[in-house]
Ligand binder design. Structure first.
Ligand code: GDP
Length: 447
């Protein structure tokens, strides 16, 4: 998405400055100009960009810096802090508690991604041990109930809706009452949207809000609407007073900055980003981690959290995570990663999360890709414990092991060799990640 371009440009601007030999005020101003231009082309609101520029300038106050101070580090820290401040609403997001019925109401315009996001969110909470249910109070859009129902069945989430009742307020109230009685922890209510902020929509939203008395109202914002996000979110805020935002379609080509800066307009936390059409394409949003990721510092913690929740196999994932951050990647780590991925969902979406995997499955559809992964698991399962826990060199030293694994797994020598060379590449990357992680930790300690 274009936010990646934004990250790349900001990163380049800061690196150019910190690498240059002559760090003078002009170079500092040029860097600020480039950062602002990048933010503006990502659709971030012009007022916010101006105020960010002013505050970085004031914080750093280049002309009065004493000569002894490490200017580069100060500038890096100021840019990082101000970018975090840009997306930080200084308000804690709502976290549903187990053992009480938390009602969440979703609002937004038609097509924003509400219905899709309802299931994603329900699945997110369900994976974290909360009993979750869905209520479809969208009686305006033909097919909305059917869509929610299909998604809910796929994700094994109980749902409520009506094909005959046309009053959304009645449907919402009945659904919430039923699930409250059944002691669900989280009840998510999907409401109707309209094509624009119409009086009808706002009237209906207010009535549903009064009827179900939600603990949290979430605005679903489509990231492709750009600068219009601010007006839209302010209009919703005035009527439905939502307490959190979910931004959808951040996987597309939209600039994204418009929706991101809606947070500043409404002082409301973004809690998740929608990153695709699949049920699992929901990423938590945390200002610091978001900026770290934007600047290419990685969000390893976020990735591990995601994988842990999905696989519920925390022991092995923790072990692999510990290894990677230490720059180690054994064949057993590789096996764990592959088997986690197989549990996680469509390969096309997930392969990008693990370095190198997209190369291996390039050109294969989801079915052939899964078959390839399964064959890899057979290979691993024909290895001894010592081989699995090794860095793979053992196979170079004793090639007869390759033949044994191929025979044992019913595959070919070629496939074993391919797997080993893929592993070597990934182990090399893990080594780099380990190094970067140490660097990042050192940088963070300095901040
Ligand atoms: P609603 O009218 O607000 O309920 O919107 P829907 O949930 O029906 O979504 C409208 C369209 O956006 C559907 O085609 C969804 O698959 C798609 N969509 C929703 N969220 C995302 C997302 O994060 N990424 C992408 N690429 N598409 C999304």
């Amino acid at each position: 998405m274009v936010l990646q371009d934004l990250g790349r440009r900001i990163n380049a601007a800061v690196s150019d400055l910190t690498r240059s030999n002559s760090l003078d005020e002009k170079a500092f101003d040029d860097m600020l100009k480039e950062i602002c231009a990048a933010l503006l082309s990502a659709d971030v609101n012009v007022r916010l960009v101006q105020s960010l520029r002013k505050s970085i300038k004031t914080t750093v106050h280049f002309s009065s810096l004493p000569p002894a101070v490490n200017k580069k580090r100060m500038i890096q820290k100021a840019v990082f802090d101000h970018l975090v401040a840009l997306v930080n609403p200084h308000a804690e997001p709502f976290r549903p508690k187990k053992g009480r019925s938390n009602v969440i109401m979703m609002v937004g315009l038609q097509g924003a991604g509400k219905t899709t996001t309802c299931t994603k969110l329900a699945r997110h909470y369900q994976m974290r041990g909360l009993r979750t249910a869905l209520v479809c109070a969208d009686t305006f859009r033909a097919g909305a109930f059917d869509q929610l129902k299909q998604n809910a069945i796929k994700a094994k989430i109980p749902y409520y809706g009506s094909l005959t009742q046309t009053d959304p307020v009645v449907v919402a109230a009945d659904g919430v009452a039923q699930f409250k009685k059944e002691r669900f922890d989280v009840i998510i209510v999907d409401t109707s949207g309209r094509h624009k902020q119409e009086a009808d929509l706002f009237e209906e939203m207010t009535q549903i809000q009064t009827a179900v008395n939600p603990n949290q109202t979430i605005l679903v914002l489509d990231s492709t609407i750009g600068q219009a996000a601010e007006v839209q979110s302010s209009a919703f805020k005035a009527t439905a007073d939502f307490g959190a935002i979910i931004i959808t379609k951040t996987d597309g080509h939209a600039a994204g900055g418009g929706a991101i800066s809606a947070v500043a307009a409404t002082h409301t936390p973004i809690i998740f980003l929608g990153t695709g059409e699949h049920m699992m394409d929901l990423e938590r949003f945390e200002p610091k981690a978001f900026v770290q990721k934007l600047l290419g510092m990685g969000d390893i913690a976020g990735l591990v959290e995601h994988v842990q929740a999905i696989t519920q196999d925390s022991a092995s994932i923790k072990e692999t995570y510990k290894h990677i951050t230490a720059g180690i990647y054994t064949l057993r780590d590789f096996r764990e990663n592959i088997s986690s991925i197989m549990k996680m969902g469509p390969l096309s979406k997930l392969s990008g999360m693990i370095p190198g995997l997209s190369n291996m499955t390039a050109g294969l559809d989801d079915e052939d890709g899964s078959l390839k992964l399964r064959r890899m698991i057979y290979l691993f399962d024909s290895m001894t414990a010592a081989e699995l826990d090794s860095d793979g060199k053992i196979f170079v030293d004793q090639p007869s092991r390759i033949v044994r694994v191929a025979c044992g797994s019913g595959t070919s020598v070629r496939e074993v060799e391919d797997l080993l060379s893929q592993h070597r590449m990934m182990a090399g990357m893990a080594k780099k990640v380990g190094g970067q992680r140490k660097q990042m930790q050192r940088a963070q300690n300095m901040l």
